[in-house]
Structure formats: structure tokens, C-alpha cells
Design a binder for this molecule. Structure first.
Ligand SMILES: Cc1ncc(COP(=O)(O)O)c(C=O)c1O
Length: 457
């Protein structure tokens, strides 16, 4: 029987992050100032981020060394294991070989600490004492709470109020690591107070929570803002995933990989596994690279490439977006309910180096159950989109009579998502058909924003 787990020694954690911008065919579009519409410079970002992260945001160096202090914390769970999904392969009867990289072994249970640790380190080194952030489902907030604790920083998390009510254990996890967590909208910021005055019962949204965290950081010298996805430096920090997977596939005796998949919210775990393979593809390898998104929030498959913003306060970035007015239906993959996708991922899609597909939540939960019942691990609802994509890729290969090597990123476990599994098992989960006129309505909010070069007419 061939091996099941491919593990690297601690000394084999990648020593540098891989920056695809050094090799990508199209240079990134400049971020624009939300007020003036003009390209922004490092000075505009200085109130929000420390200089090291700003430099990484604009760097085109192919490799950026990982500081020893960051490696030291990553060592707590990295390298993460690569599994050959023997049991899933048997369950679905495929001739293909399926591998998954498991990021759920981190302290917070997902890939998010890969960047949280790096961000906390650079902020501490720049003399910041405190970080402010938003969280929806709680994965990002708990990752930053853990990372801040490692570097002696305070952490303030604005948690979308509905999630605050629905996911008390994620809140307790953050508090265990010492973070202060408030339901957003909160009375702690002008943005939050304004919304509470208009609607004391507001359930909150990711956009409101971002506004609060940005205001918090901008109004205090000792505080930076921290974002868990979308931005170039966040994607960069995640590339340890794909670099480890390249080595592990070699350990498994695979000389090439045919399909690489990840789920996409803002794009960071997908980029983490995919970008090193995009590098291989640019160098001539034939690899199909697939971004799997929810049909209820179809940013890459149905959103235009446009200048969009996260909350009307942050810089405008060129990305596939449904506009900041788009409020995705309440699907259980909370981490995929974001209206924009990282500029790097968006540009690679335009350049034809990756492709995107959308899946409904009930078919994703069916795939997650198939996975849990064969492989044992219960995937996060977000990750179930990649599981679904991988099973589909294996089916397509079987239908065409080929035997392929398929790799996907299992970005996190679903231990805090039992409510969602319960709803699925009880037959209470529904799919959402997103009407075209709802997308048109949301897109009108970004109609007046500048259009990026290269955007299809
Ligand atoms: C487990 C998991 N996977 C995926 C995502 C989506 O984010 P991203 O696209 O940045 O990887 C999230 C976001 O919270 C998450 O918690």
C-alpha cells in the first residue's frame, strides 16, 4: 500500500515567501486613493500598516526571506501534512490520485495564522502596541488573537454581530488568547455609533466591521489595521502552503501535478496553494489551476474586473468584484461571503493562468460528508468547495479515461461549524439562485469608480 501522509521535517519549512508578481505576465494595476481616485503611494498606507508590509505589498522580488522570529512561531504546526486521499478515491471509485494539503492543524484551525503571525511580527518590530481587525465567522479574528499573543500585542476584534451571537465559542477562543472582542456595529467607533443610531438592532456586516477596525487604527498612533485576505502581502505569506506541497508531491513520487484547486473567499488560501504552481505553469508546465467559489457569491465567475473597495475607506483595488453594496446570501461558508477577490487572483484569471468555477452549498456539504466519512477530517464549510471541486475534477478525468494527479487545499477544519452540518443533516440547508438583476443592482454602486486598464468592455 502506498503511503498516506507525506510529512516534512521542521527544517524544511520554506525560508522565503514566493512572489508571483516577479513573473506574472501582467503587472499589477496601481491601487487608487478612495477620495481622489489617484494612484496611492506608501505614505498613504502608513497610518494603517507598518513599512515592512507596505514594501511587501509593492515588491516584485521573486523571493522574500521569512524572518527567523516568524519561522519560530510557524514551527508550532508547520510543515503541515500532505495526505493521499486513498479512502476518498475508493469511495468515489476514481482512477486518479487525489492529494490534500491540510491547514487545519494550526492552533486556530485554518491557514489564516500563516499571515497573522507575519503581520503581528512586523507590527511589533515597528513599535506598534495594538492591532485592530474585523472578523465574520471568527477564523481570522482567532488567528490574529493567537498571533498577537505570540508577539505581546493587544488585539481588538470587531466581530459581525450575527456571528457574535451565533458563534460564541469562536469569541471565547479569541478571549482565551487575550483579545478584546466586541459585536459590530459597536459604540466604540463613530462608524459603529452612526449605524446603531439609525438601527439599534443592526446585524452588522463585514463592511461595517472593516470600517470600525480601520477607524480604530487610523485614530490611534499605537494601532495598526490588519486584514486577513485580499492584499498582496497576505497572499505572499500564504505561499508556504504551495511550496511545501511541491516538495511533498515529490516525496510521494509524483513528477507532475495535473490539477490544483482551492476555495476562494478573498483569495488567500487559494493563492497560498496555487501561486507556486502558477510559477511552474509560467515556466512551461501544463497544470489546470481552479478557484472554487460559492454560487451564492460568484465574484470570479459573474463579477466584472473593476476598481472596487472593501468599505469605502480603504484604497480602491482592481479586482473581480460584485461591488461593496453586494450582500451575499447567508450561506454557511461565512469566510467565502466577500464581494471582491484579491487583485493578484483576479489578474491571473484575466490572463488565463487560472480558471474559476462556482458550486452550490448543498452540493459542497454533500462532498464534505463524503470526505468526512472516508478520510475522517470534517472540513470547514469554506474548504468543502475545494473538496467538491476535486471530486468533480476526478470525475471529469474518469469520464475522459485519464488518470490524473489532483491536489487541493483543505484550508481548515469545521469543528466550530457543527450548526451548519446539523442544518445539512436535518435537510434544512437551501441553495440560493442569484438573479442577474440583483448583481446588476449591486454593481451600480461601483459604476462611477475608475476602470482598470485591461478590463474587458
Ligand atoms: C477555513 C477557511 N477557508 C477559506 C476561507 C476564505 O478566505 P480566503 O479566500 O482568504 O482563503 C476562510 C475565511 O475565513 C476560512 O476560514
Amino acid at each position: 500500500m502506498p503511503d498516506t501522509k507525506f510529512v516534512l521535517h521542521e527544517s524544511e519549512i520554506p525560508r522565503s515567501w514566493y512572489n508571483v508578481l516577479a513573473e506574472a505576465p501582467t503587472p499589477p494595476q496601481p491601487p487608487l486613493h478612495p477620495g481622489t481616485g489617484q494612484p496611492i503611494g506608501p505614505d498613504d498606507l502608513a497610518p494603517l500598516f507598518p513599512i515592512d508590509l507596505i514594501l511587501q505589498e509593492v515588491s516584485t522580488d521573486r523571493e522574500i526571506p521569512i524572518p527567523e522570529e516568524v519561522l519560530d512561531v510557524l514551527r508550532l504546526w508547520r510543515p503541515t501534512p500532505l495526505y493521499r486521499a486513498h479512502r476518498l478515491e475508493r469511495a468515489i471509485g476514481t482512477r486518479s490520485r487525489i492529494y490534500y494539503k491540510y491547514e487545519g492543524v494550526s492552533p486556530a484551525g485554518s491557514h489564516k495564522p500563516n499571515t497573522a503571525v507575519a503581520q503581528a511580527f512586523y507590527n511589533a518590530r515597528a513599535g506598534r502596541r495594538r492591532l485592530a481587525t474585523e472578523t465574520g465567522a471568527g477564523q481570522w479574528g482567532s488567528s490574529l488573537a493567537f498571533a498577537c499573543r505570540q508577539f505581546g500585542l493587544e488585539c481588538k476584534v470587531y466581530m459581525v454581530r450575527v456571528s457574535y451571537g451565533q458563534k460564541p465559542y469562536r469569541r471565547v477562543m479569541m478571549e482565551t488568547w487575550g483579545a478584546e472582542v466586541v459585536p459590530s456595529p459597536s459604540p466604540d467607533t463613530a462608524a459603529g455609533r452612526g449605524i446603531l443610531e439609525a438601527d439599534p438592532e443592526s446585524p452588522g456586516s463585514l463592511g461595517i466591521a472593516i470600517s470600525e477596525a480601520v477607524e480604530d487604527a487610523a485614530s490611534r498612533d499605537d494601532t495598526s489595521y490588519s486584514l486577513g485576505s485580499v492584499l498582496n502581502h497576505v497572499l505572499l505569506h500564504q505561499t508556504v502552503i504551495g511550496q511545501e506541497a511541491q516538495r511533498q508531491l515529490a516525496l510521494a513520487g509524483e513528477r507532475s501535478v495535473d490539477v490544483v484547486l482551492g476555495c476562494v473567499g478573498g483569495g488567500s488560501n487559494f493563492a497560498g496553494i496555487a501561486l507556486p504552481f502558477v510559477g511552474q505553469k509560467i515556466a512551461g508546465d501544463e497544470i489546470e489551476i481552479v478557484a472554487c467559489e460559492p454560487a451564492a457569491c460568484p465574484t470570479l465567475t459573474r463579477g466584472p474586473f473593476a476598481y472596487g473597495d472593501t468599505a469605502q475607506l480603504t484604497p480602491l483595488v482592481a479586482m473581480h468584484t460584485l461591488g461593496h453594496d453586494f450582500v451575499p446570501p447567508g450561506i454557511h461558508a461565512g469566510g467565502l461571503r466577500y464581494h471582491g477577490v484579491a487583485p493578484i487572483v483576479s489578474q491571473l484569471l484575466l490572463d488565463g493562468l487560472i480558471r474559476a468555477e462556482a458550486h452550490n452549498q448543498t452540493e459542497c456539504f454533500a462532498a464534505a460528508l463524503e470526505f468526512a466519512r472516508s478520510e475522517g477530517i470534517i472540513p470547514a464549510p469554506e474548504s468543502s468547495h475545494a473538496v467538491k471541486g476535486a471530486i468533480e475534477a476526478a470525475r471529469r478525468a474518469d469520464e475522459s479515461g485519464t488518470e490524473q494527479v489532483i491536489l487541493f487545499n483543505l484550508s481548515g477544519h469545521g469543528h466550530f461549524d457543527m450548526g451548519a452540518y446539523d442544518a445539512y443533516l436535518q435537510g434544512r440547508l437551501e441553495d440560493f439562485e442569484l438573479p442577474e438583476d440583483e448583481i446588476d443592482r449591486a454593481l451600480r454602486a461601483i459604476e462611477s469608480l475608475p476602470k482598470p486598464a485591461g478590463a474587458p468592455a
